[in-house]
Design a protein around this ligand. Structure first.
Ligand code: NDP
Ligand code: OXD
Length: 308
């Protein structure tokens, strides 16, 4: 049996080399040159074309090269086989770096100084201490809890919001719909690291922004569909939200004429907040190939009912 690799964004040769080091003799086939579809038993994928995975009758598992599997679950005709999310030290570390960098940029008012410089304006303003700055992370899973720990280690007052309450050192925990108001009311820098599900789609809306303290900032590194873009633009224009760092968008690439590109209070990055590396991720993927072939539960297996 063979593994099919399908991704336009991931380094295929590095993944092949790293997986062959873990599983010598692995039959590694690169889409679309996969040979007989009946010989493919495991698919390692990022953003496969719609319907493609239904073409492999012997498929035993789908291993995602990304942490978010909302795109896979949205596919019509997705085979009913176990799906595993990507959990990888590089993915986790690079996300924590991005969230720390974006938080510091808002906290130290670099966004404000960038605008002041463009107007040749000397805008003297000192920030509060990190210990006085309240950061809130929506989603305290693999990525959110690591980002929270890193922010707490830098002295920020950190809280997180998840479905179930968590016990994380230095992180105040809020949970469920009942905990959301209190979480938002104390959050000056809001980070979204939720999976995209029917419960979280559109959660970054006017109603949410109105519950933040005036002048709060937003960092969205989860999915574009969490954000109601017109609501954010209105909140930025009114001053309810003072700045935003956005890595993900409803349409990617973001169309050239989209108003977010030119908004003075928005920093845009092209879905690069974090990325998996074959050097650190191959071990977990290889373990999941072995598990799939032995018919055992996968590591980080997705709960399809929950949507993450
Ligand atoms: P996890 O599955 O590990 O964590 C998800 C977290 O969200 C959990 O804490 C979960 O709560 C919480 N959650 C889910 N639904 C709700 C809800 N309805 N209300 C409150 N909390 C909820 O995911 P990861 O941390 O690995 O990844 C998070 C997301 O980050 C991915 O789904 C993806 O969209 C995005 N991502 C973006 C990248 C980028 O480059 N921009 C790269 C990688 C990921 P509980 O713990 O209680 O179950
Ligand atoms: C994602 C990823 O889910 O890049 O966005 O892992």
């Amino acid at each position: 049996m063979a593994l099919m690799f399908l991704s336009a964004d991931d380094p295929v040769e590095a993944w092949r080399e790293a997986l062959l080091a873990e599983i010598p003799g692995l039959d590694f086939r690169i889409w679309p040159e996969v040979g007989d579809p009946a010989e493919i038993d495991v698919a390692l994928v990022w953003q496969p074309p719609p319907g493609e995975l239904a073409r492999y009758p012997s498929l035993r598992a789908i291993l995602s090269l990304g942490a978010g599997i909302d795109g896979l679950l949205a596919q019509a005709g997705l085979p009913d086989v176990p799906i595993a999310r990507m959990v990888d030290p590089s993915l986790t570390r690079t996300m924590s770096e991005y969230v720390l960098l974006a938080t510091l940029r808002h906290h130290r008012q670099f966004d404000h100084f960038e605008r002041a410089q463009r107007a040749a304006r000397w805008s003297f303003a000192l920030p509060p201490q990190a210990a006085e700055r309240q950061v809130g992370i929506m989603g305290l899973g693999v990525l959110g809890s690591a980002a929270a720990a890193s922010l707490a280690a830098h002295g920020f007052r950190v809280a997180g919001w998840s479905r179930e309450a968590k016990r994380l050192a230095g992180v105040e925990s809020f949970a469920g719909p009942d905990g959301l108001d209190a979480f938002l009311a104390r959050t000056e820098i809001l980070v979204c690291l939720l999976p995209l599900t029917s419960h979280t789609c559109g959660i970054l809306s006017a109603a949410t922004f109105a519950r933040l303290p005036r002048g709060a900032c937003l960092i969205n590194v989860a999915r574009g569909a969490h954000l109601v873009e017109t609501d954010l633009i209105a909140a930025l224009d009114s001053g309810q939200v003072e700045g935003a760092t956005l890595d993900v968008f409803r349409a990617e690439p973001l169309p050239p004429d989209h108003p977010l590109w030119h908004h003075p209070k928005v920093l845009i990055t092209p879905h690069v907040a974090s990325y998996a590396s074959p050097l650190t991720g191959a071990e977990g993927v290889a373990e999941n190939i072995r598990r799939a072939r032995a018919g055992r539960p996968l590591l980080h297996q997705v709960d399809r009912g929950r949507g993450y």
